[in-house]
Design a protein around this ligand. Structure first.
Ligand SMILES: NC(=O)c1ccc[n+]([C@@H]2O[C@H](COP(=O)([O-])OP(=O)(O)OC[C@H]3O[C@@H](n4cnc5c(N)ncnc54)[C@H](OP(=O)(O)O)[C@@H]3O)[C@@H](O)[C@H]2O)c1
Length: 232
């Protein structure tokens, strides 16, 4: 199968790429920074020589680039699974976060997925098969201090995902919304996770992969997963 993953150079996106690679699927990856992206591509290609790993850098917060990534992907393959994972977190509160943060968070956390998905959907709908995963967040289900624009953008992505689920039922395309709590990635900076207070990126990858393996008649609509001790 052909798996398209955004924000795949590191963190949760890279962990998802690796689990699909390990199970023999072909990958199409993107992120902004080309050095880390090509490093990930080469690492996975060397480790899993039987599959094809293709990558190209795009800034998905820019509408034209999100559409260009979609066009590049469908030029190479019919997408079987797409994973809208690219995103960024900047803490803030509505009353004092910096001017423009909402627009930026919406651009990377919502518009990226919207424009990219709309570009590849016609091919998937014609093919009458596929599975779309949207990596939302616990912040898409629950407001919390310092969530601000990030939380608003993830609630919006949640809305995007729910609408897609309804629209794509007759086209045999599954849609899964993923709501992780805290996951230990670069976005947590120097956080000390030696006590396993927060989750690993591989936890999310295992859940996504498992949800992709059900029979054609079953769709996992929501994956909600939190650290064992709850949210931080
Ligand atoms: N970690 C958590 O605690 C957590 C919890 C809930 C949900 N999430 C969500 O899970 C997703 C992945 O998070 P993560 O923690 O794995 O983040 P991460 O380690 O910071 O990785 C983010 C990925 O997205 C890419 N990216 C960022 N901005 C981009 C842009 N404008 N265009 C294209 N690619 C872009 C990054 O590469 P470049 O910077 O090179 O572009 C990188 O590959 C995000 O949507 C995040 O909101 C994370």
């Amino acid at each position: 199968m052909n798996i398209i993953i955004t924000g795949a150079s590191k963190g949760i996106g890279k962990a998802i790429a690796e689990i699909f690679a390990a199970n023999g699927h072909h990958l199409f990856l993107t992120s902004r920074g080309e050095v880390q992206l090509y490093k990930t591509m080469e690492e996975l290609q060397t480790k899993y020589p039987a599959i094809s790993v293709k990558a190209k850098p795009y800034d998905l917060s820019k509408k034209e680039q999100a559409k260009d990534f979609g066009a590049w992907a469908i030029e190479h393959a019919i997408p079987d699974i797409i994973i809208n994972n690219a995103g960024a977190f900047e803490p803030g509160s509505i009353y004092n976060e910096r001017e423009g943060l909402l627009e930026e968070q919406l651009a990377i956390n919502l518009f990226s997925a919207y424009h990219f998905t709309r570009t590849v959907l016609p091919v998937m709908m014609e093919h009458k098969a596929g599975h779309i995963f949207n990596i939302c967040s616990i912040a898409a289900l629950k407001a919390y201090a310092n969530g601000g624009a990030y939380s608003i953008s993830k609630y919006a992505l949640h809305g995007f995902s729910k609408n897609l689920r309804e629209e794509l039922k007759p086209f045999n395309i599954k849609v899964t919304s993923v709501f992780p709590g805290a996951v230990f990635t670069d976005s947590w900076g120097n956080f000390d996770n030696t006590a396993h207070r927060i989750m690993e990126a591989t936890d999310i990858a295992k859940l996504v992969y498992a949800a992709s393996q059900l029979s054609p008649g079953a769709c996992v609509e929501d994956i909600v997963v939190r650290p064992q001790l709850g949210d931080l």
